[in-house]
Design a protein around this ligand. Structure first.
Ligand code: RET
Length: 270
C-alpha cells in the first residue's frame, strides 16, 4: 500500500539544480522586497525616503526576472549551450540604481554620476553581447565590457571618493563600506563568467548559477541592508541636500571666470 502511494513521488524528477537556484534567487529577492518596502514607511527624512524607494525597486525587479528564469523563461542556445539573457535585462535595470545609491550618499555632481551610470550601461550591454556571441568573438566583447568595468572601479575610488570628503565622518564611513562591498561583489561577476559556460567551462552550469545568485543576493539585498543599517549616516547626509547643485554651480563659476571676456558684457568691440 505505502510503496504504491509513494511511487508517484519517486517518479517525479528531482528539480534540476539550475532551476532550484533560480527559485532560491526568487525567494531571496522577495525577502529584500518586503524588508525594503517596509523600510520606506519608516524613513525619517524625504532624502532617506527617496533613497529607500529607489532601493526597494532593485529586489522587486530581480524577483520578477528570477521568477521568469525559474519558470524556464529568458534563455536561448548559443553553440549548443544554454545561456540566460534575461539576467542581463535585470542587471541593466538594477545596477544603475545601485550605483546611484552610492552617488546620492555623497551628493556627487552630475558629470560623475553620468560617467558612472553610462559606463555601467555600456558594460552590461556589451556583456550581453558577449553572452550571445559565439567564441572567440565572445571574448572580444568580454574584454570591451571589462574596460568599462575597470573605468567604473577607478571612478568609484577616485572621483566619487573625492566627493565624499566634504561630508561628516559617519557618512564617509558608510560610503567606504558600501564602496568596498560593491567592488568585491561586482568583481565576482566577470570571474564567474570566465569560469562558466561561455568561458573556460571549468565549473558546471548549476555552480555558475549558484555563483550569480549568491553574488546577486550580496550585491543587492546585502548592500541594501547595509544602507538600512546606516540610517543615521543617511540622515546626516540628507542635511547636505543642495550640495550637488552647489558643487555644480561652483564648477560652472570657475569655468566662467577662467574664460571670462575681458571687456564688459553687452559692449560690442566696434
Ligand atoms: C560580465 C561579462 C563581461 C565582462 C564583465 C561583466 C561584469 C558584470 C557585472 C555585473 C554586475 C551585476 C550586478 C547585479 C546586481 O544587481 C557582464 C559578467 C566585466 C559587474 C551588481
Amino acid at each position: 500500500m505505502l510503496p504504491a502511494l509513494l511511487a508517484p513521488l519517486a517518479a517525479t524528477p528531482a528539480p534540476p539544480p539550475v532551476t532550484l537556484w533560480h527559485w532560491i534567487g526568487t525567494a531571496g529577492m522577495a525577502v529584500g522586497v518586503v524588508t525594503f518596502g517596509l523600510a520606506t514607511r519608516r524613513a525619517g527624512s524625504e532624502y532617506a525616503k527617496q533613497s529607500r524607494v529607489s532601493l526597494f525597486f532593485v529586489p522587486l525587479i530581480a524577483t520578477a526576472l528570477y521568477l521568469g528564469m525559474a519558470m524556464g523563461q529568458g534563455s536561448t542556445t548559443v553553440e549548443g549551450e544554454k545561456v540566460w539573457w534575461l539576467r542581463y535585462v535585470t542587471w541593466f535595470a538594477t545596477t544603475p540604481l545601485l550605483l546611484n545609491q552610492l552617488a546620492r550618499l555623497v551628493h556627487a555632481r552630475g558629470s560623475v554620476v553620468w560617467s558612472l551610470v553610462l559606463a555601467n550601461q555600456f558594460m552590461i550591454a556589451t556583456g550581453a553581447v558577449a553572452e550571445l556571441s559565439p567564441t572567440p568573438q565572445s571574448w572580444v566583447w568580454y574584454a570591451v565590457s571589462s574596460v568599462a568595468f575597470v573605468f567604473i572601479l577607478y571612478t568609484l575610488y577616485t572621483d566619487l571618493t573625492r566627493e565624499s570628503r566634504d561630508l561628516p565622518p559617519e557618512v564617509q564611513r558608510l560610503f567606504r563600506t558600501l564602496r568596498e562591498v560593491n567592488a568585491v561583489t561586482w568583481i565576482g561577476y566577470p570571474l564567474v563568467w570566465a569560469l562558466g559556460t561561455k568561458g573556460l567551462e571549468v565549473i558546471a552550469p548549476a555552480t555558475q548559477t549558484a555563483g550569480y545568485v549568491l553574488l546577486d543576493l550580496a550585491s543587492k539585498v546585502g548592500f541594501g541592508m547595509l544602507i538600512l543599517g546606516g540610517a543615521g549616516a543617511l540622515e546626516a547626509s540628507g542635511r547636505f541636500a543642495g550640495l550637488r547643485e552647489m558643487r555644480e554651480g561652483k564648477t560652472n563659476a570657475e569655468y566662467g571666470l577662467r574664460n571670462a571676456e575681458t571687456r564688459p558684457l553687452g559692449v560690442s568691440g566696434d
